[in-house]
Design a protein around this ligand. Structure first.
Ligand SMILES: *Cc1c(COP(=O)(O)O)cnc(C)c1O
Length: 401
């Protein structure tokens, strides 16, 4: 069994990638070709990602963070603009906004879904607001109806961060749509702890062909569309005619053929992956249901199909005992069980707490929940036996406390 590199005695990891012989064969096949970047695997991965989301375009990039950065740039968000974001989220969400010189405005979350509370978003709108960057936290779709309505009404752009939520759906139970297909742009992330991994990687989903062109240019050093086109033909590999033409200042956010080949197999397996994760969540639900005061994540929510990213429980609310969660984390770690303190609010992070965005944030729900949430070991192949060990250890830790 794999060990957690931070603590070699751990024997149940927080997450683990699920790589089968099919992924290994696909990667090996790429390595037998001369084309290791900007080739047929990239093209196919992008077409398959777009089709999965019923969208015309997907642009694969080197990480979810790169995807966020390019999405903001492509929509023209910059200096003087405000972007409404959650603080109960991965730090890249706020960093990317700052990196385009815009200002993140932290809004409060809903205590059930852990996603942006539409009422809080509406209160946060000012004349400078340009965008709502909504995160589908832990794979639970955010309140997309209301957010789309505000975006339309206030002429804002809506960006979905679906890095934790590939395959989740929202909407009318008769015809729910995959998250990532609601915003002006949406981002995906393929880090090894995500439902779909390419090792490192990400993608931006787009509806507008002009957005897709701009994203492809920005990820590839600002090369113009005609310089992109020659890359489509394998024979173009030897031509450098267009390769050194740059129409704007871009980045190297490309995703290798090796990563794209891996991603294609993972995407072909996504239904199986999501079913394994749902089954693991259901097993935890059954095993943990009897523990007093322990709050479990809802298995079903109206108008939503959850894509299980992590399994996060909430420890009892003890106003005078802020250290309970950290003690439980340590007790389980001593028994070889990794848990995660998801999420430390962004506005309280050392990198953020002295910035004006953080000083202006009043987020009591975020702060309360962030002190009490604990992610349990959760991955495709977690066994019932491992989950029983986790449940027993958690039950003991809470009973002894
Ligand atoms: C994982 C994740 C990202 C992207 O992370 P990378 O490590 O840059 O791929 C972005 N947003 C959220 C909410 C995430 O969970």
């Amino acid at each position: 069994m794999a060990n957690n590199f931070e603590n070699p005695s751990l024997n149940i990891d927080l997450s683990a990638p699920d790589i089968t012989d099919t992924e290994i064969a696909a990667v090996a096949a790429v390595l037998r070709t001369p084309r290791l970047s900007l080739g047929l695997e990239l093209d196919a991965f992008e077409r398959e990602l777009a089709a999965y989301h019923s969208l015309p375009h997907a642009v694969a990039v080197s990480s979810g963070t790169a995807a966020l950065h390019l999405a903001l740039l492509t929509l023209g968000i910059g200096e003087g603009d405000e972007v409404i974001v959650p603080s109960f989220a991965f730090i890249a969400v706020a960093n990317a906004v700052l990196q385009v010189r815009a200002t993140p405005v932290f809004a409060e979350i809903d205590a059930v879904t852990l996603n942006l509370d539409p009422a809080a978003v509406e209160r946060a709108i000012t004349p400078r607001t340009r965008a709502i960057l909504v995160v589908h936290t832990f794979g639970v779709p955010a309140e997309l109806d209301a957010l789309q309505r505000f975006a339309r009404h206030h002429a804002l752009v809506l960006i979905e961060d679906a890095c934790e939520a590939i395959g989740a759906r929202f909407g009318d139970p008769a015809d729910p749509r995959r998250v990532g297909s609601f915003g002006d742009l949406a981002v995906l992330g393929f880090y090894p702890n995500k439902q779909l991994t390419t090792g490192e990687g990400g993608a931006v989903l787009a509806r507008d062909p002009a957005h897709a062109d701009r994203l492809r240019s920005l990820r590839n050093q600002g090369r113009g569309p005609e310089q992109q086109a020659f890359l489509d033909g394998l024979e173009g590999r030897t031509s450098t005619a267009g390769w050194l033409n740059h129409t704007e200042v871009g980045f190297n956010y490309r995703l290798s053929e090796i990563a794209c080949a891996l991603g294609r197999v993972q995407l072909a397996r996504i239904d199986e992956i999501l079913a394994l994760r749902r089954a693991a969540a259901e097993r935890y639900h059954a095993l943990l249901s009897g523990i007093p005061d322990l709050e479990l994540p809802p298995l079903v929510l109206p108008h939503r199909i959850i894509s299980w990213f992590v399994y996060v429980v909430r420890l009892p609310q003890l106003p005078h005992d802020a250290g309970l969660r950290d003690r439980v984390h340590a007790i389980l770690a001593d028994q070889g069980i990794a848990t995660g303190r998801y999420f430390a609010p962004i506005h309280l992070q050392p990198a953020w707490r002295n910035r004006p965005s953080a000083a202006n944030a009043y987020l009591p729900i975020t702060e309360d929940l962030a002190r009490r949430t604990l992610a349990l070991p959760f991955f495709n192949r977690i066994t019932l036996h491992q989950q029983e060990q986790v449940a027993a250890a958690l039950r003991r830790a809470l009973a002894d406390d």
